[in-house]
Ligand binder design. Structure first.
Ligand code: PMP
Length: 411
């Protein structure tokens, strides 16, 4: 694979920002789309646009076939046994909320607990906290060590006969820590507890096989894997189909109304009321094709190399602390220091064309667990180059000097 030809596929990488060449290192927030994905989207609306599963005219059938092809491709991509396990959603947040409404509301009877971790993005934390608050359940947060590792001893104690679900991220969007997701699922299952995996950060980089993992639910977003925003998926293991209840009511999710009662469609249509984001799903399919053509092995290898190079360079900077373990695996590195406020540093980097994320990255519990209030996150993707990393770290060093001077010459 040739990085120059890969970069040619991503037109946005050639633009300038504030008069400087763009260095895009905010891939944990959203990745860029290759021309192939953009083309699939515009081609769909230029030539094939129609609603799905409703009409019998040619365009409706083409659109329906494209949507169902995308579902089959998504199922293969994550190792799902069949396409009916794949529900299209608007993204990870929507997927988690769908599991709350369609499954957990139904399972939360009597006294119950839900176990999540301090490593979660708010989208895999707040819906569970809210469910427990509304229904009188016990919300248990598994703590992290100072270096950002999950406390598996605490997890072992938290999983009790009352636990209806363990919600856990595969990869942290703050430290890049990669959980031993198979080990965690096996532990939870040994206690009879189903597991929801947030694969938002993992899906681009790591091969996922839900059948091998034994995951009960898995959520991801297309926009973190070269696809458009507003599309994602929810995987539901077949063994849970019977436990699902309708959560959104509307077109496409019933087959009849008999004696005043709806007759529901089978999965996955049962959970897909209304017109889906058809063009977005077609583009998502193209993103999957693109990842498969580049190969996840190549992406993982390159992102691992870029992230460790970045860690190495950032660790040379005076008084800058890298959050988490020294060697994690996920493609993001978050830093803190008394020398800068994340917002100031991000603004000064932006002035130099470097896009990074500042704040809590929707992960307040994680920052709290690490004893900080926010951080500056650099997150490369495989299409970044070592030169870009060097440019970003040089720009960061320059920003730190400006901030040192503004603070009166410290440190
Ligand atoms: N989980 C993780 C680990 C994430 O990084 C994100 C996005 N930052 C989400 C969930 C939420 O994804 P979305 O906004 O696409 O719903």
């Amino acid at each position: 694979m040739d990085i120059c030809s890969i970069r040619k596929d991503f037109p946005i990488l050639n633009r300038t920002v504030n008069g400087k060449k763009l260095v895009y290192l905010d891939n944990a927030a959203t990745t860029q789309m290759p021309s192939q994905v953009l083309y699939a989207y515009t081609q769909h609306y230029s030539l094939d646009n129609a609603n799905v599963h409703r009409g019998i005219h040619t365009l409706s059938e083409i659109s329906t076939a494209k949507l169902e092809d995308a579902r089959a491709a998504a199922a293969r991509f994550i190792g799902a046994p069949s396409p009916e396990c794949i529900v299209f959603t608007s993204g990870t947040t929507d997927s988690v909320n769908t599991v709350v409404r369609a499954w957990a509301e139904n399972m939360a009877r009597g006294s119950f607990s839900i176990v999540a971790t301090a490593m979660e993005h708010h989208s895999n934390y707040l819906p569970w906290l809210d469910l427990c608050t509304r229904r009188g359940g016990n919300f248990v947060e598994i703590p992290l060590s100072q270096d950002g590792r999950l406390d598996t001893v605490a997890l072992g104690k938290a999983l009790t006969p009352e636990t209806i679900l363990f919600a856990v991220t595969y990869v942290s969007n703050v430290t890049g820590a990669v959980n031993d997701i198979k080990g965690l699922i096996d532990l939870a299952h040994s206690r009879g507890v189903p597991v929801l995996v947030d694969a938002a950060q993992a899906a681009r980089e790591f091969p996922i096989d839900v059948s091998e993992l034994g995951a009960d639910f898995l959520c991801l977003s297309a926009h973190k894997m070269l696809g458009p925003s507003g599309v994602g998926l929810l995987y539901v293991a077949k063994r849970h189909f019977e436990e699902l209840v309708p959560c959104r009511l509307g077109g496409g999710m019933i087959s009849d109304i008999r004696n005043g009662l709806p007759v529901y469609e089978q999965m996955p249509h049962f959970l897909e009321a209304g017109t889906p984001n058809i063009g977005g799903i077609v583009a998502f399919h193209e993103a999957i094709r693109y990842i498969e053509s580049v190969s996840r092995g190549y992406i993982e290898e390159r992102e691992t190399m870029l992230t460790s190079r970045l860690r190495e360079m950032l660790s040379q900077l005076k008084d800058v602390r890298i959050l988490g373990l020294s060697d994690t695996g996920g493609s993001c590195v978050s830093v803190v220091s008394g020398r800068f406020h994340p917002y100031d540093a991000a603004l000064l980097l932006d002035k130099q064309g470097v896009a990074v994320r500042s704040g809590t990255h929707c992960a307040i519990p994680c920052h709290r667990a690490l004893g900080v209030t926010g951080s500056l996150r650099f997150s490369p993707a495989f299409y970044n180059t070592e030169d870009e990393l060097e440019a970003a770290v040089t720009a960061f060093d320059r920003a730190l000097s400006i901030l040192d001077r503004a603070a009166g010459g410290k440190p």
